[in-house]
Design a protein around this ligand. Structure first.
Ligand code: GLV
Length: 311
């Protein structure tokens, strides 16, 4: 039973092999480009971004396991074999890390650290209005594998939490808004918005000038989903104009973020290098082993990608 791996770079193969040897000894783990593997022997793939058309060349592929919770890097392949199910990374550690990232960055903006960081560069000693978490409204866009636990953690940290998702959700202590019809009501009064949406054609560029204008003055934006969600020139203009006070961006259209991006030097943008929910290899290997075990037992696909929804 062969599994091809393409995540973490080829240098990580020995580590993947030893992790899987302990978890699923019958699994033969090979690197994506291993020339000695016959296409018909490939049963599983565990990967981030395959070159388009490659997955379709494995006639006996049973399950594709995405090394990320988002699968846009897979669905971008026009030849993706539609009959092969996809399991999205759902390691408990990935969820826990996103929860931490949500809390860390929401508190960062809640306590106006974006102002202090900008002022420190200018040696400017200036306090900034702040309030208690219980008086701060945070809006979470997306209630998926990572969005829902983050929204719950923010609620439990006393924030007033609003959420925006495809369909309305009844979650105690969270004000639910849904679909295009509910978007404006979601934005109204949201002081810190956290984007955890899946990347689909409908959500591309969703954080744009019109969206930002509907947030209250002084609002902050956090994007820990995909770079395609935020129109960077619109965000920079809103920051420079003072309507938006600060932003944290973890994801970008081009990664690593190019040196000439204005984002790097913007005094009110915190850049983090796509680390929000990144679990370590041992945690991901455990999830993959569980996914394969469940699939082998009765074809259960853990955290399954739904092509009709696009995530
Ligand atoms: C990371 O970006 C992921 O999709 O999990």
């Amino acid at each position: 039973m062969i599994m091809l791996v393409k995540t973490g770079g080829e240098a990580s193969l020995p580590e993947w092999r030893s992790l899987f040897a302990a978890l699923l000894p019958e699994l033969d783990v090979r690197w994506w480009d291993d020339p000695t593997v016959a296409a018909e022997d490939v049963a599983y793939t565990f990967l981030w971004a395959p070159e388009p058309g490659r997955l379709a060349t494995y006639p006996n592929l049973r399950l594709i396991i995405s090394s990320g919770a988002g699968v846009d890097h897979l669905t971008a392949d026009p030849h993706l074999p539609a009959h092969v199910p996809i399991a999205k990374m759902g390691a408990a550690e990935a969820v826990a890390r996103m929860r931490e990232f949500a809390l860390a960055t929401v508190f960062f903006h809640h306590r106006r650290f974006h102002s202090f960081v900008a002022n420190q560069r200018l040696k400017r000693w200036e306090d900034d209005e702040t309030t208690e978490a219980a008086n701060r409204t945070v809006g979470v866009m997306g209630l998926g594998t990572l969005g829902l636990p983050s929204a719950l953690a923010l609620r439990d940290a006393s924030f007033r939490v609003k959420a925006w998702s495809r369909s309305a959700r009844a979650i105690p202590g969270i004000e639910s808004h849904a679909g295009a019809a509910g978007f404006d009501a979601f934005l109204a009064g949201t002081e810190i918005v956290l984007c955890l949406l899946a990347a689909t054609p409908e959500t591309a560029g969703i954080v744009n000038a019109a969206t930002l204008a509907k947030l209250p003055r002084g609002a902050c934006v956090i994007n820990a989903a995909r770079g395609s969600h935020v129109v960077i020139p619109d965000l920079v203009a809103a920051l420079d104009g003072g309507h938006i006070a600060g932003a944290t961006l973890d994801v970008f259209e081009t990664e690593p973020l190019p040196a000439d991006s204005p984002v790097w030097t913007h005094p009110r943008i915190l850049v983090t290098p796509h680390v929000a929910s990144f679990p370590n290899r041992a945690a991901r290997a455990r999830f993959v082993a569980e996914a394969i075990t469940a699939f082998e037992a009765d074809r259960t696909v853990l955290n399954r990608f739904d092509a009709s929804r696009g995530y």
